[in-house]
Design a protein. Structure first.
Length: 554
C-alpha cells in the first residue's frame, strides 16, 4: 500500500551549525525558519532536526535534560511553534530526534536518583552493585571506558552505554516507559510529523550484566556483544509503536544498526515498528570494531556490492532511508571519492547513485553543495567527544601523534558539523558573531549563494534529481519501481535499472577517473540526466568519461 511519505525527500538539519539568526555563533530555530524557502526550492519535504531540547551539550544535544523544552541557545517554544506553522504552510513536515535510550545526568529524574539511590527514581535507570571494588561487568561504552560509573557514597554503579553524562533509561520499568510515551504523544499532538529515533536497539539490555571476553588491553569488551545477547527488544518496539506513533500515523525513521538476521520485516515491513530505517551498509564498509585507526579503505566494487546487496535484501520488505552522510560521519564526498578525484563531476555522480536507489533519500545539510571534510591541525581543536576518544585509542595502539591526527581528521564527526556555507562573506554567512566551531576554509569556492545561481552546480544537479523523482512521468519508476543491477562484470561501474509499471530507467556511473567503454544490453531512447556535456558513442557502445553518470530511459 502506498504511504504519504514514500515519494518524499527528507533533509537533516544539524541546528547548531545551520544558520545563526542572533549572532551568538550558534545556529537556531529562527535561522532555520529563514531558510525554509531555500529548502523548498531544493525540493525538500521532510525535515529532521537533530536535538534542540534542553541539554548540557556534552554530546551536542544527545544528552537531554528536559524533553518538554527547547534549549535557549536554539530559541523558544514559540519559535518551535512558528517553525511548525511555517513548515505546514509550505507543505513541509518536521521530525524531531527522539533520544530515549538515555537522558542527561542533569535531567531531574537522574538528579533525584542520585539523591536517593534506593528510591523510586533510581529504578528509572540501571543502578547495580559492584563486584567487590569493581564495576558489575566489563562492557565498554561507545565513547570509551567502562559503561559503569560510580554512584557517589555507595557501592553502586549506574549504566551508561554512551558518555557518563548520558545515563541509560530503564525500559524494564513501566513508570519510565509511560513517561516516555506521554512525552512522545505530547509532541505529536503539537503537530510534529514524527521522529528520527536514536540508538533504539540499545533500549533492551542483557540483564544478566555478565562479562564477555576482553577484546582490547583495557580488559573491556565491545558493547555489541551485549546487544547480540540481549533478547526482547522487539516486544518493546511493538509496544512503543502501539502506544505512540501508530495513533498519529507518524512517520518514523529508526537508527538501527544491529538488527538480527531475518528480522528486517519486523522493523520496516508492512506492520513494522518504524516507517523506515537508515541503510547504514555503505557507512559500515571498512569500519573496524577496534577503532578508527584500524578502518580500511575499500574499492568501488566493494562499495557497489554493499549498496546493491542491501537494495536486494530490502526489495520485498519495505523502504530504507538512503544516506551518504549524517552528523556522525565524515562528509560523503570525502569518504567515498578519492581526494585527488574530488570535483563537481564526481560529487554529482555520487548524488545520482544515492538518489536513484530505491528508498527514501535523506540529504544531510550541505551535502547538496558538495561540502567536504575540513582540516583540523591539532587534537585540542576537535569538539566531538567520540573523536577525542578515537585519538587516544589510536595513540594507545601505537600510532604517532601525526598518524593519530590524520586518522581522526578522516573520520571525525566534526567534519559534518562545521557551519553551513551560505555565501562567500565572513564565516560563510552562517553567523555575524564567532562560530562555535570553525568554518571550513573552502567556503569561498563552495557555498549556497553561488550554487543556487549556477545552472551547472552540484546544488542544481540535486534539484534535477529530486525533480526527476517527483515528476509525474518517472515517479513510478524512481519511487516505486524495482531495482535490478546489471553489467556487474565491469569493474568500477555502477549500473542498475529502476522499472515502474510504464517506464524503465537505467543509471550508469563510471566510478573511476579513466574512461570506460560499455556495451549496453538494451537500446536507450533518451538521456534524462548527465553530469558531462555529451554521451560519447563508438558504434553501439557507450564510452563513459571518468566519473560520468547518466540516467537513461530504456
Ligand atoms: C546516535 C547519534 O546520532 C549520535 O550523534 C549520538 O552521539 C549517539 N546516538 C548517542 O545519542
Amino acid at each position: 500500500m502506498k504511504k504519504w511519505w514514500h515519494d518524499k525527500v527528507a533533509y537533516q538539519i544539524y541546528p547548531k551549525s545551520f544558520c545563526d539568526s542572533n549572532g551568538d555563533g550558534i545556529g537556531d530555530l529562527r535561522g532555520i525558519i529563514s531558510k525554509l524557502d531555500y529548502l523548498k526550492k531544493l525540493g525538500v519535504d521532510i525535515i529532521w532536526l537533530s536535538p534542540i531540547y534542553c541539554s548540557p551539550m556534552v554530546d551536542q544535544g544527545y544528552d537531554i535534560s528536559d524533553y518538554y523544552n527547547i534549549d535557549s541557545q536554539f530559541g523558544t517554544m514559540e519559535d518551535m511553534d512558528e517553525l511548525l506553522r511555517e513548515a505546514k504552510a509550505r507543505n513541509m513536515y518536521i521530525l524531531m530526534d527522539l533520544v530515549v535510550n538515555h537522558c542527561s545526568d542533569k535531567h531531574e529524574w537522574f538528579k533525584k536518583a542520585l539523591e536517593d539511590p534506593e528510591g523510586e527514581y533510581a529504578d528509572y535507570f540501571y543502578f547495580r552493585e559492584g563486584k567487590g571494588n569493581k564495576p558489575p561487568c566489563n562492557w565498554r561504552s561507545y565513547f570509551g571506558g567502562s559503561v559503569w560509573e560510580k554512584v557517589p557514597n555507595t557501592n553502586k554503579y549506574y549504566l551508561h552505554v554512551f558518555a557518563k553524562e548520558q545515563p541509560d533509561l530503564n525500559w524494564e520499568n513501566p513508570k519510565l516507559k509511560n513517561e516516555i510515551y506521554k512525552m512522545i504523544n505530547w509532541w505529536l499532538e503539537k503537530g510534529l510529523a514524527g521522529f528520527r529515533i536514536d540508538a533504539i536497539i540499545n533500549i533492551k539490555k542483557d540483564l544478566r550484566f555478565q562479562d564477555f571476553p576482553a577484546d582490547r588491553e583495557d580488559g573491556l569488551c565491545s558493547i555489541d556483544r551485549m546487544l547480540e545477547s540481549a533478547e526482547g527488544v522487539l516486544d518493546m518496539l511493538k509496544e512503543l509503536k502501539e502506544e505512540t506513533f501508530e495513533k498519529f500515523g507518524a512517520f518514523t525513521v529508526g537508527e538501527v544498526f544491529n538488527e538480527k538476521e531475518g528480522e528486517l520485516y519486523k522493523f520496516i515491513g508492512k506492520d513494522g515498528y518504524f516507517s523506515t530505517m537508515f541503510d547504514f551498509e555503505m557507512e559500515m564498509l571498512g569500519k573496524s570494531e577496534k577503532g578508527w585507526y584500524d578502518n580500511r579503505t575499500f574499492t568501488p566494487n566493494e562499495l557497489r556490492t554493499s549498496i546493491f546487496d542491501s537494495q536486494i535484501k530490502t526489495a520485498d520488505v519495505g523502504f530504507k532511508a538512503n544516506i551518504i552522510e549524517n552528523h556522525d560521519e565524515p562528509r560523503g564526498v570525502s569518504n567515498y571519492i578519492p581526494k585527488e578525484d574530488l570535483n563537481d563531476k564526481s560529487k554529482k555522480m555520487l548524488a545520482a547513485i544515492s538518489l536513484m536507489l530505491r528508498g527514501i533519500p535523506f540529504i544531510y545539510q550541505g551535502q547538496e553543495l558538495g561540502m567536504t571534510n575540513t582540516k583540523i591541525n591539532s587534537v585540542e581543536e576537535f569538539d566531538d567527544i567520540a573523536t577525542i576518544d578515537q585519538y587516544n585509542v589510536a595513540i594507545k595502539e601505537g600510532c604517532s601523534k601525526e598518524e593519530a591526527l590524520e586518522i581522526v581528521n578522516n573520520y571525525s564527526r566534526d567534519n559534518a558539523r562545521t557551519p553551513f556555507q551560505w555565501d562567500d562573506i565572513e564565516n560563510a554567512g552562517f553567523t555575524t558573531g564567532t562560530p562555535w566551531i570553525k568554518v571550513n576554509k573552502n567556503y569561498k569556492e563552495i557555498n549556497a549563494a553561488s550554487q543556487v545561481e549556477n545552472e551547472d552546480s552540484v546544488f542544481n544537479f540535486y534539484k534535477k534529481l529530486i525533480n526527476l523523482r517527483k515528476s509525474e512521468e518517472f515517479k513510478d519508476a524512481v519511487v516505486y519501481g524495482t531495482f535490478e543491477s546489471v553489467l556487474e562484470n565491469y569493474d568500477n561501474l555502477f549500473a542498475f535499472y529502476r522499472e515502474g509499471s510504464s517506464k524503465k530507467l537505467m543509471l550508469l556511473a563510471n566510478y573511476q577517473k579513466e574512461e570506460q567503454t560499455i556495451e549496453l544490453p538494451k537500446l536507450y531512447s533518451k538521456v534524462l540526466l548527465n553530469n558531462c556535456d555529451e554521451v560519447k558513442h563508438e558504434k553501439d557502445k557507450i564510452i563513459l568519461q571518468g566519473y560520468q553518470v547518466i540516467i537513461l530511459v530504456v
